[in-house]
Design a protein around this ligand. Structure first.
Ligand code: TXA
Ligand code: MG
Length: 355
């Protein structure tokens, strides 16, 4: 049975938890409805984290595998203590510095939330988003809100309400349209339970920023080496994938751009449609295909915020082959490279001067 997907347009500038529409949305979430809303990273598909039926609805709407747990979103720090008994000092440091913001922290679960939220794990992932609409909706609901990214499983995450509707219209109860999200890649997921903190998924808060607060921080080996099975369950699935065949091309700039040009030429000669994702400063080097350029080497944030949108634009243009230029994996670049790698299904052409 298709659902009647309601759309609320809400102004980010003036929103607050007392707004009548926000009160209505909060009540619906509390009552078990499944509603997408914007966060500062991507749109989330929210449901009452204490209601296993509602959570089941999230997995169904997304077509998400049941062993991939959800992040719980809170609006006030107090809510954390209903989810976990143990907030150690490293977590406190991170909360003080980065919440509200794009950092998800793994805690020991008190075991009071339905098993399908945590996919049966003894831990629970929690974050406080830094977006006025997300915070107002969660506050108005009065409950912790579980929210994965609001895309069909495997598709690029949504950075606008239109993207959510592309994937989930008729499958969910509503969308709060608050315009474009800001950061464009998801939150960083970190586990601080062991001696050394480990990043399970790179995201909006960089490794370098985390090191400034915690000292040593490791990357889960699966982020660097795809052979090793990841500890963040969701990292093992094909993700963010456009419909065309995507290749990530890395190495020395000049060689990379030459290679992309020759690949694009070949494919176009075979009658295929080609998309190229690159940086502003390289835009004019590409002679063929549909070129999308965002960000610069010195400022990769615009690339992060347009990455998923670009993949969806290529889809709309029925692009057969996408060649994405690699970026330096520093700062937000690490999350960008992780997403490009996954969107390409691990297909990388690595070119260096001496190869
Ligand atoms: O920015 C974000 O984090 C967005 C917005 C909506 O908040 N949400 C998001 O959720 O990206 P999702 O479901 O697409 O990704 C959640 C990630 C997955 O990789 C999942 O495996 C991991 O968090 N995760 C959830 N609970 C976990 C746990 N207890 N231990 C380890 N990883 C966990
Ligand atoms: Mg996701």
């Amino acid at each position: 049975m298709p659902k009647n997907t309601k759309i609320w347009k809400i102004d980010t500038q003036t929103v607050n938890a007392m707004n009548p529409e926000i009160i209505e949305i909060g009540q619906q979430l509390k009552d078990g409805k499944i509603i997408a809303f914007p966060t500062e990273t991507v749109y989330g598909l929210g449901a009452n984290a204490l209601n296993s039926e509602a959570i089941k609805g999230i997995y169904e709407a997304k077509g998400r595998p049941g062993d991939n747990p959800l992040i719980i979103h809170i609006a006030e720090k107090n809510q954390l203590y209903s989810l976990t008994d143990k907030v150690d000092y490293k977590a406190e440091l991170l909360i003080d510095k980065f919440w509200p913001g794009p950092l998800t922290i793994i805690f020991n679960s008190k075991g009071k939330i339905p098993k399908n939220v945590t996919a049966g794990l003894t831990t629970v992932a929690v974050r406080m988003p830094n977006h006025p609409i997300a915070l107002a909706v969660i506050k108005a609901s009065g409950i912790p809100v579980a929210a994965p990214s609001a895309n069909r499983s495997g598709r690029p995450s949504p950075t606008s309400a239109e993207h959510v509707l592309e994937d989930l219209y008729g499958l969910i109860d509503g969308v709060v349209d608050g315009g474009l999200t800001g950061i464009g890649v998801e939150s960083t997921v970190i586990d601080v339970s062991a001696q050394q903190a480990v990043i399970l998924r790179p995201g909006g808060i960089s490794l370098e920023e985390l090191k400034q607060v915690l000292g040593e921080v490791k990357l889960d080996p699966s982020i660097i080496n795809k052979q090793i099975s990841p500890r963040s369950p969701g990292m093992k699935y094909t993700h963010y994938a456009p419909r065309g065949e995507m290749w990530l091309v890395t190495g020395d700039e000049k060689i990379v751009t030459d290679k992309i040009n020759s690949l694009a030429k070949d494919k176009i000669q075979q009658g295929k449609k080609v998309g190229i994702l690159t940086l502003e400063e390289h835009k004019n080097l590409f002679k063929n295909g549909m070129v999308l350029a965002h960000g610069t080497k010195n400022n990769l944030y615009p690339l992060a915020s347009h990455l998923y949108q670009a993949l969806r634009v290529f889809d709309l243009h029925k692009i057969d082959y996408i060649f994405a230029e690699g970026v330096e994996d520093k700062g937000i670049g690490l999350a960008i490279m992780n997403r490009l790698f996954k969107a390409a299904g691990g297909k990388v052409i690595n070119l260096t001067n001496d190869s």
